[in-house]
Design a protein. Structure first.
Length: 258
């Protein structure tokens, strides 16, 4: 019979649909029942599987730091003030494009007034459907195929995306984000990122980052892609960026990787 912690780990490793915040929360619950001698092995498995998610990499690092006896200060978000700042600076913009499903993007758009929101369906999991359904009672919402979003950029007031990972050089988000960023720059439209500080990786932790590719027969599937920071008009964080030191456990894993 599988041990309880192993069953919980398998659920996390097989989860290809949940966002990084949900997966990070599952990891925190797993570590509560995880034997100390299994921490390094489990951390390695999770980091290999979810290597495109900044919140997951940061969560593993923080949990390892706690296991090593480090004191981690409480991190408070400033969501409401961040949203107020965004709408103060973009009050006249009413037609927005977004892609996939992001908790922070959805919450931000909920607080807008009289908006038109164009949502990309986001393959292969079609998370954009959830975003569109959530916002449809508040705004005029259109759900479009990802490949048609670019044709909407010229008439839009701006693009707002979430982020699965943030570094000083690039942003990682769902496939289709890069082409939207290129179109936004071509048409001189602003493109913003709204996210939380746990998606930000230090230069050392960013060495764990890797975009995973899946194959189904001859079909190659990328779920995430990289967007250069120079293409982004602005980043709004609802909490401070994570700049904690790297745990001893993850330093050892980095040596193994390199």
């Amino acid at each position: 019979m599988k041990k309880k912690w192993r069953k919980e780990l398998d659920i996390i490793l097989k989860d290809k649909k949940s966002g990084s915040t949900i997966i990070a929360n599952k990891i925190e619950e797993l570590f509560k029942i995880l034997p100390e001698e299994e921490i390094k092995t489990v951390a390695k498995e999770i980091l290999f599987t979810h290597s495109s998610m900044g919140a997951v990499i940061n969560k593993i690092n923080l949990l390892c730091l706690k296991a090593e006896g480090e004191k981690i200060p409480e991190i408070e978000d400033d969501m409401e003030n961040t949203f107020i700042k965004f709408w103060d600076e973009n009050f006249s913009k009413k037609r927005w494009i977004t892609l996939s499903m992001s908790h922070w993007v959805t919450e931000l758009l909920k607080r807008g007034e009289d908006l038109e929101v164009i949502v990309g369906i986001s393959y292969p999991q079609k998370e954009g459907i959830i975003t569109a359904d959530t916002l449809s009672n508040l705004h005029n919402v259109e759900l479009l195929e990802d490949c048609t979003l670019i044709s909407e950029v010229e008439e839009a007031d701006g693009i707002i995306l979430g982020a699965d990972l943030i570094t000083n050089e690039f942003i990682i988000n769902k496939i289709g984000s890069y082409s939207l960023a290129l179109a936004a720059n071509y048409f001189h439209k602003p493109i913003y990122i709204i996210s939380s500080g746990d998606k930000y990786l230090t230069s050392e932790l960013s060495m764990f980052f890797k975009i995973k590719t899946f194959r189904r027969g001859i079909r190659k599937i990328n779920i995430f892609e990289s967007i250069p920071r120079r293409l982004i008009s602005g980043i709004y964080l609802v909490s401070p960026p994570y700049t904690f030191k790297t745990s001893k456990c993850l330093k050892e894993l980095l040596k193994e990787i390199n």
